[in-house]
Design a protein around this ligand. Structure first.
Ligand code: ADP
Ligand code: MG
Length: 947
C-alpha cells in the first residue's frame, strides 16, 4: 500500500511534540505508533474503551472533516485527539469513506476486564472506499474497486483492468492493446467510475499519494504513466481525475508469477481459460493484484467472489465517456441536477434491484450484434402484446429482493437472521418467476425460463451428517433457470419463522433442528417457571405481598423487597445489594436455578451460533448458483420492463439491419417528452430523420435560432439508437436502423464551462478523438462546434471538420451550428443536406415550432430570442441597427472575396482583409529589406486597407 506519509497536514508544533513524546510513551500509545507505522496511509481508529480515538494529524483532519471537537491528551494541548463513540462509529466511518479516505481499525484483542496489564491492540481491518460496503449505496448503483496492470510500451503496450463490486461479487476484467491502450483504459474507467483504483507503486509517478483522497496535486497526471510515456495521450477529462482514492501497491504484486497463481488459487481453478481469461495475461494480473489487495485489507469475506469474467468492449455499441456524460444516459450532466434528466430514470420500471443494475449497465454497453438485438426485441414484442401474462410475470418478481447484495452480506458475515429470512423470502419467489417466464414462447424467454434439473441427491440435501449438502454446480447451471428450491428449503427448515434481529437474542434456530438445543431451551423454560413458583411461595412464607424475583445482567437473579418490608425478611436470606428504596437478597436455592438457567442459555447461544454459521457456509457454497440465477432474473426483469414501457407508452419495435441507414418518422425524445408531460409543459413535437451512410445524405447540417430545438433533436437521435440496440422499443411511429458501432456526442465549449481546463482545448481534444476513430458505421453528433474560440477560427474549424467527416469518414452525422456560412457547403458536398428548425414570425415576436424542414436558416433570430428573454427595448432597437450595418459590410466583403479568389471561395469568404495584411507582415524578413522597399510596402498595404 502507499508508502507515503501525508506531509501536508502537519500543523505547527504537532510534529515536534510527536518526536519528543515518542521517547516517554505510555504502552497504549506505543501500540498506536506501531500500528500507524504499519498503515501510514490510513486514518488510525484506535479502540479505547467505548470510543475510537484518533491522534495527532489524524485527529486534526477527522475533526475538520466530521465537525468533531478537537481535544488533547495533555495539558499543554500538544497532543491533539478526537473520538467517536464505538456504537455510533459506522456513520462516521461511512462519511470518511465517501470522502475517499482509507481507515484502519485498531481493536482491543483482549477483554479489558480479564487483563491485568495493558490490553493488546491490533489492526483487524482496513476499510477503503472500494473494499468497504456502503449501506447507503443505492440499489441501482455499483461500487467498483478497480486495478490496473501495465505491460510493455508503444505498439507493444498492454493495459489490464480488473473491476470488482464487493457488494454483489461481480468481478470482471479486460485489457487494451497498442498505442491507444492507455487512452482506452482511461476512457473505460471514465465510464465505469470506480471509487478506488489500485496500481503498482511508480506507475502513476511517485509523489504525494498516501492517505489524501486524491493524487490530483501530485506528480501523477492522467496522461501516460511514468516510464511508458509513449503509450499515447489519454483523453483524460473525467477519467482518472474522478477517482478519489488511488492506492499504490508494491510492484511485485503486479507480476504474472505472483498474481496469476493467487487468482487461480482463490477461484480454485487450474486454468483461467474457462473464464475467458486465456491469453489475456495482463487482465488476469490486474485481477490477481486486486484480490491480493482485498486479502490484505479484509481478512476473509470473499467467498462470494468465485469467478472472474473476461469482457471485451468491442462486442457492444461503444460509447465513450464523453458521450455517456453528454447524453445523460445514467447521470445528469451536472452533478447535483435532478436524475430525472437521465435516460436511465425514464426507462427504469424494473421490479428488482438486479434488473435496475442490469438496465444501467446495458445502457452503457448496448448490444452490437443483430442476432442478440433481434432476440431481445422479439421477447419484448411478445410480452408487450400480452397484458395478462406480462402482468403475471412482473407480479411474480415483486417480492424479489436484492439476491446479490444479500449474498454479499452473508459472505461478509454482516447478515443477521432477518437478512437470511429475506434471502429465503426471495428464493421462495423464484419458482413463480420461472413459471411466469415459461408462459411465453419467444426464443429468449424459453432460454431464460428453461427448467433446470437438479440431481435429486442435491434437492433435499439436508446439510447434516456429512450428507452431500447444497453444492455449487454453477458450470452446469447454464442450462436453465435454477430456482434454488433446495436453498429455500434449507433456510426454512433451519431458521425460526420470525427470528429476532440479532443472533445474540436467541431463538433464531427453529425447534426440532437440534435435539440438544431443544433440551436446553426446555431447561431454561422450566427453570424460569420454577422461579415464578418460588416468588409465590416466598410471598406466602414472608407475608410480603410485594416481594419479587428479578434479574439483571450484573447481579443475576435476586429477591427484591422494599425498605419498609425489610424487617420481615427471614434469616436464611443473604443480602446482595442495598438500594435507596429496596433491599436485594439471594438464597442457595435461587443461586442453583440461576446457574442452571444461565448455563443453559449460554450453551444454547453457542449452539445457535454454530448452526447459523453452518447455514452460512452452506449458502456460500452455493454462491455461484445464486449469482447465475440473479443474472437470469435481472435479464427477465429488464426485458419485462421494456415490454411494459412499450405497451404503456405506445412505443414501436425498431427495424434493425446491417446497413448505413438511420431513419425515423415522428420520433420523440423520451426524456424531454416525459418531462413535458409531467410538468404539463405542453406536447413534444415529433420529428423525423433520414440519413444513410451508403446512399446519402449522410450529413445533416442543422441551423436555426437558439431554443429552436437543435440540441434536443441531436440527442434524441442518439438516445433512440442506444435504446434500439439495448433491445428496447422506441418512441416513434417507425424507426429503421443500420447497426451503429460507436456514438460520439460533442457539445461546443461554452455549453460546459464547469469542467476546469481550457474548455476550447477540451472540445478540440474531443473532436480529434472523433476524427481519428470514427468509422462509416458510427453516429456523430456535433452540437455548436467551435463556439469556444474567435468566430473565424471556430467557423474554419467547423468547416474543415464537416468536410473531413463527409469526404473521408462517411459517418452518419448530425451537425447543429450557429454558423450560417456553413450552409453553403451543401452546394459543394453531395451527401450533405441542410435542415432548419422552424419558427413562426408573428407581430408579437417569434414562436418556436420545434419542427424541422429542409433548407438553411435564413437568419439567426438572435435578437428576437434576446427580446423574448427580456432585454430592454432600447438595447434591442440599437442591436437591430448595428446588425444592419454589419450585414451590409459583410455582404460587400463576401462579394469582393468571391470575385478575387474564386477557387478558394469557402475560405476567403469569411477571412477579413486585415487578416491578409497580418499574414503578409508576418511573412516579411525585415532584415533583408531596404528602407525604400519598406516604405513601398507600407503604401501598398495602406491602399489595400482603404480599398
Ligand atoms: P437549441 O439547441 O436549438 O438552442 P434546445 O434543443 O436546447 O434548442 O431546445 C430548447 C427548448 O425547446 C428545450 O427546453 C426543449 O425542451 C424544447 N424542445 C426542443 N425540441 C422540442 C420538441 N420537438 N417539442 C417540444 N419541445 C421541444
Ligand atoms: Mg443547443
Amino acid at each position: 500500500m502507499g508508502q507515503d506519509r501525508v506531509g501536508s497536514e502537519t500543523v505547527g508544533g504537532v510534529t515536534a511534540a510527536l518526536e519528543k513524546e515518542k521517547a516517554g510513551l505510555t504502552p497504549a500509545m506505543r501500540q498506536y505508533f506501531a500500528a500507524k507505522e504499519q498503515h501510514p496511509d490510513c486514518l488510525m481508529f484506535c479502540r479505547i474503551g467505548d470510543f475510537y480515538e484518533l491522534f495527532y494529524e489524524d485527529a486534526i483532519l477527522v475533526a475538520r472533516e466530521l465537525q468533531l471537537t478537537l481535544t488533547s491528551r495533555d495539558r499543554e494541548k500538544k497532543q491533539p485527539m478526537c473520538g467517536v463513540p464505538y456504537h455510533a462509529a459506522e456513520v462516521y466511518l461511512q462519511r470518511l469513506l465517501r470522502k475517499g479516505y482509507r481507515i484502519a481499525l485498531c481493536e482491543q484483542m483482549e477483554d479489558p476486564k480479564t487483563t491485568k496489564t495493558v490490553v493488546r491492540r491490533e489492526v483487524t481491518r482496513v476499510l477503503t472506499p472500494g473494499t468497504a460496503i456502503d449501506p447507503a449505496l443505492g440499489a441501482d448503483q455499483s461500487n467498483y474497486l478497480a486495478s490496473v496492470a501495465v505491460k510493455g510500451s508503444g505498439a507493444g503496450a498492454c493495459v489490464g483492468l480488473a473491476l470488482l463490486d464487493l457488494s454483489t461479487g461481480e468481478f470482471r476484467a479486460t485489457k487494451f492493446d497498442g498505442v491507444g491502450a492507455w487512452a482506452a483504459f482511461v476512457d473505460e474507467v471514465g465510464r465505469v467510475r470506480p471509487v478506488e483504483l489500485v496500481y503498482a507503486s511508480g506507475l502513476l509517478g511517485g509523489g504525494a499519494g498516501g492517505m489524501l483522497p486524491t493524487l490530483r496535486d501530485g506528480a501523477a497526471k492522467d496522461g501516460a504513466p511514468e516510464g511508458s510515456g509513449d503509450l499515447g495521450d489519454g483523453e483524460s477529462a473525467g477519467g482518472l481525475d474522478a477517482i478519489r482514492t488511488k492506492t499504490a501497491v508494491e510492484e511485485w504484486v503486479f507480476t504474472a508469477d505472483y498474481a496469476m497463481p493467487l487468482l487461480r488459487n482463490h477461484l480454485r481453478v487450474h486454468s483461467l481459460d474457462g473464464m475467458g481469461m486465456g491469453g489475456h495475461e495482463t487482465a488476469a494480473v490486474a485481477a490477481g493484484a486486486l484480490l491480493h489487495y482485498m486479502q490484505k485489507t479484509k481478512q476473509g469475506g470473499l467467498e462470494h467472489v468465485d469467478g472472474v469474467r473476461y469482457y471485451e468492449r468491442s462486442t457492444c455499441l461503444e460509447l465513450d465517456a464523453v458521450s455517456v456524460r453528454n447524453l445523460e444516459l445514467v447521470e445528469p450532466l451536472f452533478s447535483g441536477e435532478s436524475v430525472q434528466t437521465t435516460l436511465f430514470h425514464t426507462l427504469d420500471a424494473c421490479c428488482t434491484p438486479m434488473g435496475k443494475r442490469l438496465l444501467r449497465a446495458t445502457l452503457l454497453r448496448p448490444a452490437n450484434g443483430l442476432a442478440e438485438i433481434e432476440a431481445r426485441l422479439e421477447a419484448v414484442g411478445e410480452a408487450r402484446a400480452d397484458l395478462r401474462r406480462r402482468e403475471e410475470l412482473r407480479r411474480s418478481m415483486e417480492g424479489v429482493l436484492d439476491l446479490e447484495r444479500l449474498l454479499g452480506r452473508v459472505a461478509l458475515d454482516s447478515a443477521g437472521p432477518r437478512e437470511v429470512m429475506a434471502l429465503a423470502a426471495t428464493l421462495g419467489c423464484l419458482p413463480g418467476v420461472r413459471e411466469a417466464v415459461g408462459a411465453f414462447s419467444a426464443a429468449r424467454w424459453r432460454e431464460l425460463g428453461a427448467v433446470h434439473s437438479v440431481p435429486p441427491a442435491l434437492r433435499d440435501g439436508a446439510a447434516k451428517d456429512g450428507a452431500p449438502g447444497v453444492s455449487d454446480h454453477a458450470s452446469a447451471a447454464g442450462a436453465g433457470f435454477d430456482a434454488l428450491e433446495d436453498l429455500h428449503g434449507l433456510i426454512a427448515r433451519t431458521i425460526a419463522e420470525e427470528p429476532p434481529v440479532s443472533l445474540a437474542d436467541g431463538g433464531v434456530i427453529r425447534a426440532g433442528v437440534d435435539a440438544e438445543l431443544d433440551e436446553l431451551r426446555e431447561l431454561s423454560r422450566s427453570g424460569r417457571q420454577a422461579l415464578v413458583a418460588i416468588e409465590e411461595r416466598e410471598r406466602q412464607r414472608t407475608g410480603i405481598g410485594s416481594l419479587k424475583v428479578r434479574f439483571n445482567s450484573v447481579f443475576g437473579y435476586y429477591l427484591e423487597v422494599t425498605k419498609a418490608n425489610a424487617k420481615a425478611v427471614p434469616a436464611d436470606y443473604e443480602r446482595k445489594q442495598t438500594l435507596v428504596n429496596a433491599e436485594r437478597f439471594t438464597t442457595p436455592e435461587l443461586k442453583e436455578y440461576e446457574t442452571k438457567i444461565l448455563t443453559a442459555q449460554e450453551r444454547s447461544g453457542e449452539i445457535e451460533r454454530r448452526l447459523f454459521g453452518e447455514l452460512r457456509q452452506e449458502l456460500l457454497r452455493a454462491a455461484g448458483r445464486m449469482r447465475q440465477t440473479a443474472r437470469r432474473v435481472a435479464e427477465i426483469d429488464m426485458l419485462a420492463c421494456f415490454a411494459d414501457l412499450a405497451a404503456l407508452r405506445g412505443w414501436v419495435r425498431p427495424e434493425v439491419e446491417e446497413s448505413g441507414a438511420l431513419e425515423f418518422v415522428a420520433a420523440r425524445h423520451p426524456v424531454v417528452e416525459r418531462r413535458l408531460e409531467e410538468s404539463g409543459g405542453g406536447r413534444f413535437v415529433p420529428n423525423s430523420v433520414a440519413l444513410d451512410a451508403d446512399a446519402g445524405p449522410a450529413v445533416m447540417l442543422i441551423t436555426g435560432p437558439n431554443m429552436g430545438g437543435k440540441s434536443t433533436y441531436l440527442r434524441q437521435a442518439a438516445l433512440l439508437v442506444v435504446m434500439a440496440q439495448c433491445g428496447c422499443f422506441v418512441p416513434a411511429e417507425r424507426m429503421r436502423l443500420g447497426l451503429v458501432d460507436r456514438i460520439y456526442t460533442r457539445i461546443g465549449a461554452s455549453d460546459n464551462v464547469a469542467r476546469g481546463r481550457s474548455t476550447f482545448m477540451v472540445e478540440m481534444t474531443e473532436t480529434a478523438a472523433i476524427l481519428n476513430t470514427a468509422t462509416n458505421r458510427s453516429l456523430v453528433l456535433l452540437d455548436e462546434m467551435g463556439r469556444g474560440t474567435a468566430t473565424y477560427d471556430g467557423l474554419s474549424l467547423a468547416w474543415a471538420t464537416v468536410e473531413h467527416l463527409h469526404d473521408r469518414i462517411g459517418a452518419r452525422t448530425l451537425f447543429a451550428t450557429h454558423y450560417h456560412e456553413l450552409t453553403l457547403l451543401a452546394e459543394k458536398l453531395a451527401r450533405l443536406k441542410n435542415l432548419r428548425v422552424t419558427v413562426k414570425e408573428t407581430p408579437h415576436g417569434i414562436v418556436f415550432l420545434h419542427t424541422l424542414e429542409a433548407g438553411p436558416a435564413s437568419k439567426s433570430y438572435g435578437i428576437e430570442v434576446a427580446r423574448l428573454a427580456g432585454l430592454p427595448g432600447a438595447v434591442i432597437a440599437r442591436a437591430r441597427e448595428v446588425l444592419k450595418l454589419h450585414e451590409r459590410a459583410e455582404t460587400q466583403q463576401v462579394r469582393e472575396a468571391t470575385v478575387a479568389h474564386e477557387p478558394k471561395l469557402q475560405m476567403t469568404m469569411f477571412t477579413p482583409l486585415s487578416q491578409r495584411i497580418v499574414d503578409r507582415l508576418s511573412e516579411l524578413d525585415v532584415d533583408e529589406m531596404t528602407p525604400r522597399e519598406a516604405l513601398n510596402l507600407l503604401a501598398e498595404l495602406q491602399r489595400e486597407l482603404k480599398g
